[in-house]
Design a protein around this ligand. Structure first.
Ligand SMILES: Cc1cc2nc3c(=O)[nH]c(=O)nc-3n(C[C@H](O)[C@H](O)[C@H](O)COP(=O)(O)OP(=O)(O)OC[C@H]3O[C@@H](n4cnc5c(N)ncnc54)[C@H](O)[C@@H]3O)c2cc1C
Length: 439
């Protein structure tokens, strides 16, 4: 039986495995998926998780529960030698070992892309994982608790100043969601007022959200300004050392939270493979998702999602390639499963072709923006569209039901506002009181 190895169980990898389970006949191939995380993350929900509007567990999909016919290895692939068709699997505990495969599927996704700005690596947090989103939520909630006990002044200002770097979709969404959370929280903190909270988004270019029209993006900027959230356009972060933000405009302020959302790059896993990569570090694939090098198709190697440079045959892509988003990752994953099955049966694979459906963003409770071609919708209707679309797009019905019921309950019960930051030091309460042997 041919052995298929899927590297990465995120959006593209999860759907490839799910669809292979459905399309392969018994005994046709053996599928293994490797990911250091035991779940796929529905990243479009991260801004709402950071704002406490979605329970973090509801936005992750368990591999073991939903991939019943796939072998699951909760480990990392630390090297791929396609010349010998082996991948190095490195578990959390124990020695790495070599996995021999016949077909490799690379869906290792992307990671935050940063620049060497002083302080960023030490002070900022990304927004790519459920853990980061939860930590952001807890930081805001904890800071409100701390700030409520302080007199007005620099220390309190720092706790209540929140900064987002990057005005793409992820940045704009988390910025609006955090503003919305902070405004909501004020009702529980009589010693704090709206004017005590400060929100800054820093964007190097002259506009935000390139996926929407200029008109829609200007509406978003205006709406944020009315909500006390300032967007600094054509501004670069020059330093964040010790949480002191310095901007290229000369402005400076202190902040206790810096969320970095200024772009993504292909998973660094690609640096440890002999598979062909292009100049931006992405896997080179052709439109049917088979890996290619200068000599043509590399037999037995496939790629999709953020880690791959997939040609966009619609002509809408950036530099001819699909943009890194979930819309593409899910469809590419599904097609890749079909194409792999087809080639196993001696049939020809199909090319990937997907016309962009548009973009929809949440900007905080009751606020959204939608764009499809020339049609732009903003405000409450777009917010409902966002919830409707993403509530249905999260994989598996049991997840959709959890997300929709969570939203419905929050409408009546409001979001949870308790910080669980202490879970990061879970032994502290016990260790401080535990009896120790006398020496
Ligand atoms: C905040 C945010 C909001 C977003 N909102 C939207 C949106 O509204 N609409 C939209 O279309 N897109 C959105 N996106 C983008 C979308 O989520 C991604 O494009 C999509 O998840 C890419 O899927 P993927 O499978 O390529 O990568 P991922 O989903 O990132 O999965 C990659 C997987 O590979 C695993 N992995 C990495 N390295 C290894 C290794 N060495 N060995 C084994 N496993 C490995 C990772 O653990 C991960 O599970 C958003 C992204 C973010 C961060």
């Amino acid at each position: 039986m041919p052995k298929i190895l899927i590297v990465g169980g995120g959006y593209a990898g999860f759907y490839t495995a799910l669809k292979l389970e459905r399309s392969l006949r018994p005994g046709e191939a053996e599928v293994t998926i490797v990911d250091p995380l035991p779940y796929m993350t529905y990243q479009p929900f991260l801004p709402e998780i950071a704002a406490g509007s979605i329970d973090p567990r509801h936005a992750v999909v368990s591999h073991r529960r939903h991939l019943e016919k796939t072998t699951i290895l909760t480990a990392k692939v630390t090297g791929i030698s396609h010349a010998t068709k082996t991948a190095t699997i490195t578990p959390e505990i124990g020695d790495p070992w070599e996995f021999e495969y016949d077909i490799i599927v690379v869906t290792a996704g992307s990671v935050s892309r940063t620049f060497p700005i002083p302080g960023v690596a030490d002070q900022a947090i990304g927004l790519k994982t459920i853990e980061e989103a939860t930590a952001i939520r807890d930081r805001i909630l904890t800071n409100f608790d701390k700030a409520a006990l302080l007199p007005a002044g620099a220390a309190r200002d720092r706790l209540l100043t929140f900064t987002v770097v990057g005005g793409g979709f992820a940045g704009i969404e988390v910025f609006g969601e955090l503003r919305s959370l902070a405004t909501d929280l004020l009702r529980y903190y009589p010693t704090l007022s709206f004017d005590d909270t400060h929100f800054h988004l820093i964007e190097a270019t002259g506009r935000i959200m390139p996926e929407v029209s200029v008109k829609t993006s200007l509406w978003v900027i205006k709406s944020y300004a009315q909500r006390g959230a300032q967007i600094h356009l054509e501004t670069q972060l020059t330093s964040a050392v010790d949480g002191v933000i310095q901007l290229s405009t000369g402005e400076s302020f202190e902040t206790d939270l810096i969320v970095w959302t200024a772009g993504v790059m292909a998973s660094p896993t690609m640096r440890h493979t002999d598979l062909p990569v292009e100049e931006r570090g992405r896997l080179r694939v052709q439109a049917d998702l088979r890996v290619v090098n200068d000599d043509g198709v590399v037999e037995g190697a496939w790629g999709a999602g953020d880690v791959s440079a997939v040609p966009d045959l619609t002509g809408d892509g950036i530099a001819g390639y699909c943009v890194p988003n979930a819309q593409h990752a899910v469809r590419q994953g599904k097609l890749m499963a079909k194409n792999i099955t087809a080639t196993l049966r001696g049939d020809l694979p199909r090319d990937y072709f997907h016309k962009n459906l548009g973009a929809v963003a949440t900007l905080g409770l009751g606020q959204g923006a939608f764009q499809a071609g020339k049609i732009g919708i903003t405000g409450v209707p777009a917010w409902f569209m966002h919830r409707g679309y993403h509530g249905l797009a999260v994989p598996m019905w049991e997840r959709k039901i959890r997300v929709f019921s969570g939203w419905a309950l929050n409408l009546f019960l409001r979001r949870d506002i308790v910080s669980l930051e202490a879970r990061e030091t879970p032994r502290e309460a016990f260790a401080t009181v535990a009896a120790r042997p006398k020496v």
